[in-house]
Design a binder for this molecule. Structure first.
Ligand SMILES: [Zn+2]
Length: 174
């Protein structure tokens, strides 16, 4: 008997995921790992952003935003995860790696991601104010730079966005 036709893919994001390796289930799993990191940031009173870097199916970097804790404007989740991943691989070139992050990278992180030659960025919530992966700027796949990073947006988007929204709501009430 013929399988019933599913409506998937239904959106542009789904189409992107469909073309992606590993499977969309794996992609959601890695994003959940990034969300766990974001939750740690939330508990520490930091803007809740988390990131993981995956190489050949293995997580080689995982970090959350630590700007307040380290009193360092550059201590974004992606920056810390990039340093960890470079240590894990013993190379600053992170070729063949995927970086999962709960919020669209800012210009600083996007620049560092390009320099590190990450293969692909998968992010959750868009950043309407400063997103540098296509929303406000497009540093990741700008043709002027010597390395282009593939981008997939909107993975586990609602969960990532709600975490950020509840953080800012809580902060405004404190
Ligand atoms: Zn950043």
């Amino acid at each position: 008997m013929k399988k019933p036709q599913t409506k998937w893919p239904a959106t542009e994001t789904d189409v992107t995921l469909l073309k992606m390796e590993p499977s969309s289930r794996k992609i959601a799993h890695y994003m959940q790992e990034a969300i766990k990191e974001a939750e740690k940031a939330f508990e520490n009173g930091e803007v809740p952003v988390g990131a993981v870097i995956v190489h050949e199916g293995r997580i080689i970097g995982r970090a959350h935003n630590q700007v307040e804790q380290l009193k360092d404007a550059t201590a974004h989740a992606e920056m810390i995860a990039l340093t960890q991943a470079s240590e894990a691989l013993g190379d600053w070139r992170l070729e063949g790696t995927d970086l999962y992050v709960t919020k669209e990278p800012c210009p600083m992180c996007a620049g560092a991601i390009v320099l590190s030659r990450v293969k692909r960025v998968v992010f959750g919530a868009r950043d309407e104010k400063a997103g540098a992966a296509g929303t406000k700027m497009n540093i990741l796949s700008d043709g002027c730079l010597n390395h282009k990073v593939e981008v997939a947006a909107g993975v586990e988007e609602n969960q990532c966005r709600e975490l950020l929204q509840s953080f800012f709501k809580k902060r405004s009430l404190d």
